[in-house]
Design a protein around this ligand. Structure first.
Ligand code: AVJ
Length: 325
């Protein structure tokens, strides 16, 4: 018998989306929040990105998880409560469940249907595991369901999604997690590493065009949900490495001058003007450890692949007194 699925729904409303979109498109330069990529279609496209030959991140991280699972289990101890931020298809966590044998799993994701389908499957396949689903936007401070607040958590944040924040935002985000976790709570986080520019740029410009479709789907989603005339066919996908800031940037570039009507506003695009839809910051191991330390997390272990493409960090929450001001 499955122990069933417990659901908490804090899914963002249309009002949040409209406000965020108008704010982003009124700013200079224009931008859109990356979290809106993940409607059902966007989540599916993201799963396809992960399987593209150029997108080394997923394969490399899964190999690291597979190799490190025993050590992770030893560091976490038995019966931990495993929480996953941005759980998506809940694929990676399967590599941990056997060795770790957590008492509970909580998947947290903004993509509701996708989250429910994935956690339902996970619960059915692991009848011994108590499975929770929390549909929430974790770019805002999180609240854990009360029944989970007293257990010893291991927070799993894979995929280098931390890279969607600037380093300053990432530090604030980690500080929020520090506030969320009890003392001795641990954080297992995947971080993509700085490397050859051609390899980085290829990962965000796959030959099959899946990343381009993923990027353009953001406009399609906004067009549909806000019922406006933002037309994906009038834009194209652009992704490049910004050397000065150490990050991949994804943009949507307007082919021609155009006006877009959204609610009661008119947004103007010049020919060739872009809106930034995502940043993906890359780190060195040392720089990421320093960032984590400044948010109150000490490095317990770090794993990298032989090519140093990707890193997996096991961090332990330090007492607040050790937080640097
Ligand atoms: C899920 C945010 C880690 O930045 O590599 C993949 C998203 N965007 N291809 C990344 C993404 C374009 C991905 N993260």
């Amino acid at each position: 018998m499955s122990r069933g699925l417990r659901i908490t729904d804090l899914h963002p409303s249309i009002d949040d989306i409209a406000g965020d979109v108008l704010r982003g498109l009124s700013s200079m330069p224009k931008r859109l929040p990356s979290k809106y990529f993940y409607d059902r279609r966007g989540s599916e496209l993201f799963e396809q990105i992960c399987a593209q030959p150029e997108y080394y991140l997923t394969r490399t991280e899964e190999a690291l998880l597979h190799a490190a699972a025993g050590e992770i289990a030893r560091l976490a101890g038995p019966g931990a409560c495993l929480l996953e931020l941005g759980s998506g298809a809940s694929r990676k966590v399967r590599l941990l469940l056997g060795p770790l044998r957590p008492s509970r799993y909580l998947g947290i994701d903004i993509s509701r249907d996708f989250l429910l389908a994935s956690t339902r499957r996970l619960a059915a396949e692991h009848p011994w595991l108590e499975v929770h689903a929390l549909c929430a936007d974790f770019s805002h401070p999180l609240q854990l369901p009360t029944e989970l607040q007293d257990s010893r958590p291991l927070l799993f944040f894979p995929g280098s999604s931390i890279g969607n924040f600037t380093p300053g935002e990432a530090r604030r985000f980690l500080r929020n997690l520090h506030g969320l976790l009890p003392e001795g709570g641990d954080l297992l986080i995947g971080v993509d590493l700085l490397k050859d520019v051609r390899m980085l740029e290829a990962a965000y410009n796959d030959a099959a065009g899946v990343t381009a479709a993923f990027n353009l789907n953001l406009l399609e989603r906004i067009r549909r949900e806000l019922d406006c005339d933002l037309e994906p066919a009038r834009f194209h996908h652009l992704a490049f490495f910004n050397e000065a800031l150490g990050r991949i940037e994804m943009h949507l570039q307007s082919h021609r001058p155009q006006q877009v009507r959204i609610e009661d506003r008119v947004i103007e695009f010049a020919e060739g003007e872009t809106l930034c839809s995502e940043i993906s910051c890359k780190y060195s191991v040392a720089d990421f450890q320093a960032l984590a330390a400044s948010a109150g997390f000490a490095a317990e272990a770090v794993w990298t692949d032989p090519h140093q493409w990707f890193s997996l960090h096991y961090l332990r929450r330090q007492p607040p007194a050790r937080l640097l001001k």
